[in-house]
Design a protein around this ligand. Structure first.
Ligand SMILES: Nc1nc2c(c(=O)[nH]1)N[C@@H](CN(C=O)c1ccc(C(=O)N[C@@H](CCC(=O)O)C(=O)O)cc1)CN2
Length: 282
């Protein structure tokens, strides 16, 4: 067997074209969607992701502001800025690029953003809404994964979805969104014993651990759908996933590559959340 490759980059382009039309309609009604991104410090990867967000915004017609702060910025200064943006009626989405410098408490910052402008979907209020089946801003990477599965009409209901990784940004919420689609969800993590047993029974396998080639094809169930969330830069400067692509592709029915897989969907879903927020203001 050789899996079909699901390119998030292609789906992203389609969705962004649809969003472009949607934004044009919103503008006719007198509202210009605005996304304000805060970048603290000068981490090169974060800078590149922020640039990607600005580029996507420009393409779709979303107004984007970038506020760059030095790595010395105090937590209080950052919280004050967020309060100002919360109170600015022209700002529909606020995003603080993560990770933050060590002296700033990420959770406090996330909780300072108004849930109504939390286009990352990280605020506990939005996480709570997601967990109780309400419509809200869903976290972008997990939501992008669901869209990728749906784009290929991959059945989720009744399937055994195994999520490897339990981060607040990806692992935990993707499990919740799969549950919402009626999958039977198992979480695996660094303390899981005999992880191979879980991998071997996964119809849908989501790998989000941030370790290059954490799994290969050995234990993957024939015909499984393999979603690789890892974006790992390795010694030769190239990007690689958490899954060893060549051997996994031989076992899977569908697989996502790295790059051009899940990554681009993160930014596209952010655009969708920003549009949703602007529409709430019509
Ligand atoms: N506030 C947030 N911070 C972070 C998030 C987030 O969703 N919100 N996610 C990641 C970084 N991220 C977006 O911010 C992100 C990661 C990867 C990609 C992507 O398109 N990756 C490409 C490869 C890009 C490259 O060449 O480096 C791919 O996989 O094809 C987009 C966005 C952590 N922080």
């Amino acid at each position: 067997m050789s899996a079909e490759v699901i390119y998030g980059s292609e789906l992203s382009q389609q969705l962004k074209d649809e969003m472009k039309n949607e934004v044009a309609e919103i503008k006719k009604q007198g509202v210009t969607p605005n996304l304000t991104v805060i970048l603290v410090g000068d981490d090169p990867a974060s800078r590149s992701y922020v640039r990607g967000k600005q580029k996507a915004s420009d393409y779709i017609g979303i107004e984007s502001n970038l506020i760059e702060l030095s790595s010395e910025t105090s937590q209080n200064e950052l919280l004050k800025l967020i309060t100002q943006l919360n109170n600015d009626p022209n700002v529909h989405g606020i995003l603080v690029q993560l990770p933050l410098p060590d002296h700033i408490n990420e959770q406090s910052v996330i909780e300072a953003i108004s849930p109504d402008k939390d286009v990352d979907g990280f605020h506990p209020v939005n996480i709570g809404r997601m967990m109780t089946g309400q419509d809200t801003f869903f976290p972008c990477t997990p939501y992008g994964i669901i869209q990728m599965l749906k784009s290929k009409n991959i059945p989720i209901e009744g399937k055994h979805a195994v999520v490897i990784g339990r981060s607040n940004i990806v692992g935990k919420p993707v499990g919740q969104l799969l549950l919402k689609e009626n999958a039977t969800v198992t979480y695996c993590h660094s303390r899981t014993k005999n992880m191979e047993q879980f991998i071997a029974t996964a119809d849908i396998l989501i790998v989000a651990v941030g370790i290059p080639h954490f799994i290969d094809g050995t234990h993957i169930k024939p015909g499984a759908v393999v979603i690789d969330v890892g974006v790992n830069r390795i010694e030769d400067g190239s990007l690689t996933g958490d899954v060893e692509f060549a051997s996994a592709k031989q076992k899977a029915s569908y697989i996502t590559p790295v790059p051009k897989g899940v990554g681009p969907m993160t930014i596209t879903m952010l655009m969708g959340n920003t549009i949703k927020s602007a529409k709430n203001n019509l």
